[in-house]
Every structure is written in structure tokens, then in C-alpha cells.
Design a protein. Structure first.
Length: 255
């Protein structure tokens, strides 16, 4: 299933937040949204996920969701959002229980997503026993358990230290390479965008408009740490964003 955004605009009261966003999110691709603070990235993600109705324009779901899909759109948040009293298995199981899936069928799905996120040995652990990176892997496993058409990821690595972020990027690349998933991935971090994004959408400062859509053809599995090709793309992205980011920052200081 692809997602198509057609001329999305949105305002909160008198504040215009998004302006005329038209964008395709093709199945099996990771589309990163980058842009200065407050430019409307999370708002756009909420609009795609149906948590907010856009003031203008529409979000189209094109084609059928994948077989066995329980939720076409599912979120992965920065703060993991795990239930502390449930084990790793219990946290993943929750989303299946919501759909009445129990016993053997649930066990098969949970075993599969824990294996894919390299958590099989930690199925019985509680969140408080896990590092930040592992907690986020649980959140990703939980998202994968509903076999979503699109994972909406809102700065999923930004609560983690830089080494853990690198490790988790490697994990996401391995996960996607084994079985491609579709994601809209919001990040502030341009290094993350060039490692993970097939398509990087650069938004202007508020109201967020599309400045440029940058495609990166290099396969994810070949994108290595400190890759000079990626550095060039990252530099280009920063050149696009620098003035907007400075203006946005000065605007925030004025508030
Ligand atoms: N529910 C709301 N009501 C009113 N204003 C809101 C609401 N949600 C967001 N905003 C405002 O809309 C603008 C865009 O917010 P949003 O969180 O989408 O931006 P962002 O690009 O994700 O920001 P950041 O990069 O800082 O996380 C901001 O000025 C924010 O204060």
C-alpha cells in the first residue's frame, strides 16, 4: 500500500503549520522528513496516521495493505511507550490481544518479530531491565507485530546516546534488508536521514513547505558509517536547511 498526500495544509488557530504538502510514500521505502524545529513534521505524521484531520488536502491510501495486516498505520515513538509491568513478550502481545489474537497464533507472530529484532533471548525481561536501545527494539517489534502497511516513526532514536543510535541504525538497516517495510521517519538528525532514507523530504520553517525531495539510490545495506557519498548528500541537506533552521531558531527565541 502506498500513501499519497495531496495538497495538505494545516493551521492551529492563527498559526499556519503546514502548507501545500504533496508527497508520495511508496510501499517498501523509508521516507524521512527533516526540517527546522517547529516546521510541522510531527503534525504531518499525525495527519498521515489519522490522529488529526488536515485543514485542507487529503491523505490517500493507495492499494491494499499487506496480507495479515492488523493496523495499516502504526506508530513508533521517541519514548518507547512500553508498559513497565509487562515483559517484552507481554508488551508485544498487547497489540495482538487488542485484535483478539491469542495462544498459538499470537505466539507465532511474537516469536517472529522478536527474532527479527534480535530479542528472542529477552522475551521474559521487564522494560526496566533493558537498555534504551533494547526498549526501542521492543517498540519496533510491537509495531511489526501488526504487520503494518506503514510505520510512522517520530524521532525514534533521539532519546538514545550516539553509540546506541548507530547500533540501532544498523539494526533497522538489517531489519529492512531482510524484509522491507514502509516508513515515514521524522528526524532532526541528517546523518540518520542519509543512512536510513530512500527519499528525504526537506521542509522549510513553519509553515512547513517542501523545499526539496532528495532521493538516495544507494542500497541501505551498502550505506556505511562515514560513507563519503552520504556525507555529500548530508552537506547538501544542511545547505538547504541552514538558513531556515537559523530563522526558525531566532523565531523561537522571540516567542
Ligand atoms: N495541538 C497543537 N495545538 C497548537 N499548536 C500546536 C499543536 N501541535 C503542534 N503545534 C505547533 O505547531 C507547530 C509545529 O509543531 P510540530 O510538533 O509538528 O513541529 P516539528 O517540526 O515536529 O517540531 P520539532 O522538530 O521541534 O519536534 C509548532 O509551532 C507547535 O508549537
Amino acid at each position: 500500500m502506498d500513501i499519497r498526500l495531496e495538497a495538505i495544509s494545516h493551521a492551529y488557530g492563527d498559526t499556519d503549520v503546514l502548507e501545500d504538502i504533496t508527497l508520495d510514500i511508496p510501499a517498501g521505502r523509508i521516507v524521512c522528513l527533516v526540517g527546522p524545529s517547529g516546521c510541522g513534521k510531527s503534525t504531518l505524521l499525525r495527519i498521515i496516521g489519522g490522529l488529526e484531520r488536515p485543514g485542507a488536502g487529503r491523505v490517500l491510501q493507495v492499494g491494499a495493505p499487506p496480507e495479515g495486516c492488523l493496523n495499516p498505520l502504526t506508530y513508533v515513538f521517541q519514548d518507547f511507550a512500553l508498559l513497565p509491568w509487562r515483559t517484552v513478550r507481554g508488551n508485544v502481545s498487547l497489540v495482538l490481544e487488542d485484535h483478539g489474537i491469542r495462544r498459538a497464533r499470537a505466539r507465532d507472530i511474537i516469536d517472529d518479530v522478536l527474532a527479527r529484532t534480535k530479542l528472542s533471548d529477552f522475551a521474559g525481561a521487564l522494560p526496566k531491565q533493558l537498555s534504551g536501545g533494547m526498549k526501542q527494539r521492543v517498540a519496533i517489534a510491537r509495531a511489526l507485530a501488526v504487520n503494518p502497511a506503514v510505520m510512522l516513526m517520530d524521532e525514534p532514536l533521539s532519546a538514545l546516546d550516539s553509540q546506541t543510535r548507530e547500533l540501532l541504525m544498523d539494526d533497522l538497516i538489517a531489519l529492512w534488508t531482510r524484509q522491507p517495510f514502509t516508513s515515514v521517519y521524522v528526524t532532526h538528525n541528517l546523518a540518520e536521514a542519509v543512512r536510513l532514507g530512500h527519499r528525504i523530504v526537506v521542509l522549510s520553517r513553519r509553515p512547513g513547505r517542501i523545499c526539496e525531495v532528495v532521493e538516495i539510490d544507494k542500497p541501505l545495506a551498502e550505506r556505511l558509517y562515514a560513507d563519503p557519498d552520504l556525507d555529500d548528500v548530508q552537506r547538501h541537506l544542511w545547505e538547504l536547511m541552514r538558513d531556515e533552521a537559523r530563522a526558525a531558531e531566532e523565531e523561537l527565541i522571540d516567542v
